[in-house]
Design a protein around this ligand. Sequence first.
Ligand code: SF4
Length: 381
Amino acid sequence: MMLPVFNRIYIDKTSENSEVAARVRSLYPSEIIVSIDETDPSLADTLNKKGMMTADEFNDSKKTLLLTTFKGQFFKRCPGATQKKALTCCNYHVLNLGSQCNMNCSYCYLQSYLNSRTSKIFTNIDQALSELKEMADLHPDQPFRVGTGEVIDSLSLDHLTLYSRKLIEFMNQYPKWTLEFKTKSNHVDQFLDLASVGNTVVSWSINPPYIINREEHGTARFDERIEAAKKCRAKGFKVAFHIDPMIWHPEWKENYSFLAEELNREFKPSDVHIISLGTLRFQPEQRHMMRERFGLDSLVTRAEMFASEGNKLRYDATIRSEMFQFMIKKMKSLDPAWNIFLCMETPETWIQAFDKVPMQLPELRSLFKPLPVVRDFQSTT
Ligand code: SF4
């Protein structure tokens, strides 16, 4: 097993007796592990920082791990849903079991979102599961979708935490709910021996190899992601792909055609729960950090972007629409049964791409049908 590289691992006193702390202690040399009291004021500068981090501080935060307990509410609505006047969003809820990522994509939105100087794993997963249980017992028949990959990759540290195992076993009790892992890693072996009742979706953010090699540093290669997805399919797990963010470059049509053809060659539409499409977007305030960290060779830092919905920079609407229409046409020409939707896009873009909004597309209606508001979930962003 390839372990993620950490130069220092802090364990807060509230996490000392957790299963994750025991596992981390068994896997990493004791010299890099330090027991702390996170509330100690003398550690404030080491652990947290007000405002945005510098590029160096952000890089260091990927190499410093903190095991701690989460003090707030785990279960939240997807950020897109809180901007519902501007964006057309599906019924997605997020469960954050940590923050920061050990991989390094040039466009990563965490660059403008995080201000902790450490990567965090929350060790109180039992509290997260009891929040889920409370909701699931109240609404066992509502088709809630729960994802764990908002501010941390769902699976890239999962061989340290083994949280996937607890989540799959928990969700097996609520077959109408769907659990979605979202990853750019190929770490799936740790849960493949478990049976699923068919409501766990293992999904990959995927791009053509050209983009992965240039912009998604430290992630699993294209062929590794495809192999991991095939392993999951062979064990009866649903798989999904997020072609997101699509990144414009002179050869984008050839490269995204290749991606579509590979997905169509390796999978059947009936194997794949959904394919979502999104184009490059990021917060304006992260542009400077991206330039400092990735230079001007990156297709992301060089891109011409425009202020858009949700205070994000996006490509011009015509380019977005062209990229979506191209990809939808390509996938549908390979097999009309491919199930495709747009992630965090405006109704106008939906209409340009599909000639319809999601509720008018029978195959997507259940994903977008509004659910009863059961609690005022606040998004983290
Ligand atoms: S895998 Fe996701 S969370 Fe990790 S660096 Fe890339 S975009 Fe960010």
